[in-house]
Design a protein around this ligand. Structure first.
Ligand code: F3S
Length: 771
């Protein structure tokens, strides 16, 4: 159908609708024409072979979700500068001349926020020149679009350029689901998964369950899209979305902007969801048109109206439905230290007192990939205008991060940057900055032992994430609430009901107002921030990695499996929350993302030792104390493979690949936990580690550091190609010589067994190419 295709200049940015609709027809045959959710339609239409992936369920959708492994062909890959280094170093080992799908690189994470965009950008480019040059040369060699430093934050640029209803995309960043705000299925993965898509290797995912969120009513006043997800995070907790795609539907969706839907999808990562998505709306059409993608909107219209794609089927079944009434939804403030501790603004002040949180706010920050749209900025501006008219000034430092050059230039044209700056804001570069610990904060030192509270419109708030200070409490909320808060600085202040004392009397804000899209359209801004729209590979380009570099290191393949059972020693028993920030800290370590050996000195430095309560302390068999990475490297030298034991949702948080690569590099074999976060578990498998969970989580208590743990029936499990998950027996030998068996569970698929045998997924892909 010609009406499903787009002019050639749009083709690399439009999903192949005709092909997807054709595959969906095959899916319907295999599934007996059962009504499908939107997420299933998009995901299954990207299957390499619907019969192979879905056939054995005999049309029973419930036997697919949560059970079958899907082999998928994603349409596109996006990579941010920190994780792109690992992805591309791995891609290089396959020796392919170009990528098999369109891809983009975004330089955003390595930019520090301190004094303002111009100064920060100049110094960050100087500091990271070697890495940016490496990424740029990879872009030129392999035909990958290179968005340089200052061009914007990956997810905002993806939304403006690449996200399209029905697209399936992988991104090497955990907030990749942001693109679901424009009707895509976009999944955050590690570099090795990205390499699957880049090399045209089918990418495997266990079919997610589908959690429906029905939105009724309409947002108004102070309530914003952020509150939908901060409220939902409180309901679901950081684990509630695990193994699920969150699919939004209902009349309430109509009151949301496209960028608002992106905010909601972005923070689906905070509840552990595989991704989140929305059905195709008028708001999507408006956004596509305003971002110069009118022909893609026309094709999407045909896909929706003629072929019933891009929305759920009538009567589609969800594994669970949660209803949210937007009419009564009030702003929420989430934190500290976990994004699911959700408090309605009406009781926040009281809660702060009860919990003994600080009584004042020390800084306000708006922007990040979560909340830096034109609508967010214009609503914040409406609050600042009110304050300016009333003659009041911010009481605390205020930072603004535009999401992209397009946003920055447009809000500059519309007078917003001037408004922000004359009211004391520091406008930072179009980059991640303080959101990822790249905040060179001058008012509070990193080592301060006193608690302080910041309000941000970001998405994550684990300890030390923003300013490197473990005592900074980051409260996540809407940009509206953050902006109002800077005028009070009092934790007890509720801008909806309370007034601020001024010389001329009490001042109370009226609810913020903003524009969904700029009335005069977007402008691009400075041309130097825009890459070639159709990059071609160039085999002549040399990629230089100096052997003496401390930032980049060519990867050496991990050793293949010996064919024997694994004999390991418990290096550490971790207590409580262990996110990827604990396993592979960001902040200053971001510098070493391209150098596996150097970055591995951060492995598990945030973990708490269950046996001693100490952070970053592990004990050798002779009782000597070491930092955790020090002991790992020591045991690696001694050829003593190690195992780490931990509790629930191990590896939640960012899709940080080094959290899997570094343990493997430093001699780890097995991670044994009560439960895993999905992305991290997959990342471990891709690096050739064996992730296991306790069959009975009470067994965690029976393990001590120094215990010897061996697999008993690994060879048998491997001979059966993993059986798509099941049990594995371990033998534990305590220091006193006593022994017992321990039953564990694994989720290894046949392909993942192949990775394990080859030593890593990349080795496996490389072997296939050689064969
Ligand atoms: Fe960057 Fe923070 Fe988003 S680090 S990609 S702005 S979560």
């Amino acid at each position: 159908d010609a009406s499903l295709s787009v002019p050639s200049e749009y083709q690399a940015r439009c999903p192949p609708y005709a092909k997807l609709i054709n595959t969906l027809g095959q899916v319907r045959e295999v599934t007996g024409n059962k009504p499908l959710t939107l997420a299933e339609k998009i995901l299954y239409s990207h299957l390499v072979d619907p019969v192979e992936s879905l056939g054995s369920a005999n049309g029973d959708l419930s036997k697919i979700r949560g059970q079958q492994y899907l082999k998928l062909n994603p349409d596109r890959v996006a990579m941010q500068d920190a994780s792109a280094q690992t992805a591309l170093l791995q891609f290089m080992t396959t020796q392919m001349p170009s990528t098999c799908v369109p891809a983009s690189i975004h330089c955003d994470h390595l930019i520090v926020g301190k004094d303002g965009a111009d100064q920060d950008l100049t110094s960050s480019i100087a500091t990271n020149k070697e890495v940016f040059d490496f990424l740029q040369s990879c872009g030129e060699k392999y035909g990958i679009q290179f968005w340089g430093p200052g061009s914007g934050i990956i997810h905002q640029i993806v939304l403006e350029n690449f996200s399209v209803p029905g697209l399936m995309m992988l991104g090497t960043d955990s907030h990749t689901p942001n693109a679901g705000g424009l009707g895509a299925i976009a999944i955050g993965v590690g570099g090795a998964d990205a390499v699957d898509a880049l090399t045209g290797t089918p990418w495997e995912l266990k079919a997610p369950k589908i959690l429906g969120v029905k939105l009724v009513g309409e947002l108004s006043g102070w309530s914003s899209p952020k509150d939908v997800i901060t409220y939902l995070a409180g309901l679901l907790t950081v684990r509630g979305g695990t193994g699920h795609i969150i699919e939004y539907f209902g009349e309430g969706v109509k009151s949301l902007s496209c960028t608002g839907m992106a905010t909601i999808c972005n923070m689906g990562a905070e509840v552990g969801a595989t991704t989140s998505t929305f059905p195709y709306q008028d708001a999507h059409r408006r956004y596509l048109q305003q971002t110069n993608r009118g022909p893609i909107a026309d094709a999407a219209d045909v896909a929706l109206n003629k072929y019933n794609f891009l929305k759920a089927d009538e009567g589609a079944d969800y594994d669970q439905i949660i209803e949210i009434n937007l009419n009564t939804l009030e702003p929420h403030v989430n934190g500290p230290f976990t994004p699911d501790l959700s408090t309605p603004i009406s009781v926040f002040g009281k809660t702060a007192q009860t919990e003994k949180w600080p009584s004042t706010v020390s800084a306000g920050l708006i922007g990040s990939c979560t909340n830096s749209s034109y609508q967010d900025m214009s609503r914040a501006a409406s609050i600042i205008r009110q304050a300016e008219n009333a003659g009041i000034k911010p009481k605390i430092p205020f930072f603004v991060t535009p999401g992209s050059e397009k946003i920055r230039a447009t809000i500059e044209r519309d007078g917003l940057i001037d408004l922000f700056e004359r009211n004391g804001a520091i406008v930072l570069a179009n980059a991640c900055g303080p959101c990822i610990g790249q905040w060179d904060r001058t008012d509070v030192s990193k080592t301060s032992t006193e608690s302080n509270a910041i309000f941000t419109s970001f998405n994550r708030n684990f300890r030390a994430r923003n300013d490197g200070n473990r005592n900074t409490m980051n409260f996540l909320t809407s940009p509206d609430i953050v902006t109002a808060m800077i005028y009070s600085g009092d934790m007890n202040y509720n801008p909806i009901t309370d007034s601020i004392k001024t010389e001329s009397g009490d001042f109370k804000f009226t609810p913020p107002k903003g524009d969904e899209l700029p009335g005069s359209g977007f402008i691009d801004g400075r041309a130097e921030f825009y890459p070639d729209p159709n990059p071609k590979p160039n085999a002549e380009v040399e990629i230089n990695v100096s052997p003496s570099s401390d930032r980049l290191q060519i990867l050496e393949p991990f050793a293949p499996w010996s064919g024997e059972e694994l004999d390991t020693t418990v290096l550490l028993k971790v207590e409580g929350k262990c996110t990827t920030d604990h396993i592979s800290a960001a902040g200053v370590w971001l510098k070493y993302k391209g150098h596996l050996e150097n970055i591995s000195y951060n492995t598990l430095i945030g973990a708490v030792n269950k046996e001693t309560g100490e952070v970053n302390k592990a004990y050798d068999l002779d009782g000597s104390a070491h930092s955790i990475p020090e002991l790992m490297f020591k045991w690696k030298l001694e050829q003593r493979p190690w195992i780490v034991v931990a509790e629930h949702n191990y590896g939640e948080g960012s899709a940080r690949e080094h959290a899997a690569m570094s343990p493997r590099f430093t001699g780890g074999s097995i991670i044994l936990v009560k439960s895993f976060a999905r992305i991290h578990e997959t990342n471990l498998k891709k690096q050739g580690m064996l992730p296991l969970t306790f069959a009975d989580e009470a067994d965690y208590d029976k393990i001590s550091s120094g215990d010897k743990i061996s697999t008993v029936d690994l060879r048998d499990m491997i001979a059966k190609d993993g059986n798509n998950g099941g049990h594995l027996k371990l033998k534990v030998t305590k220091k006193d010589g006593s022994e017992f068996d321990l039953l564990c569970k694994h989720t290894m698929s046949k392909d993942q067994i192949d990775f394990f045998k080859a030593g890593s997924a990349i080795n496996y892909i490389g072997n296939l190419r050689k064969a």
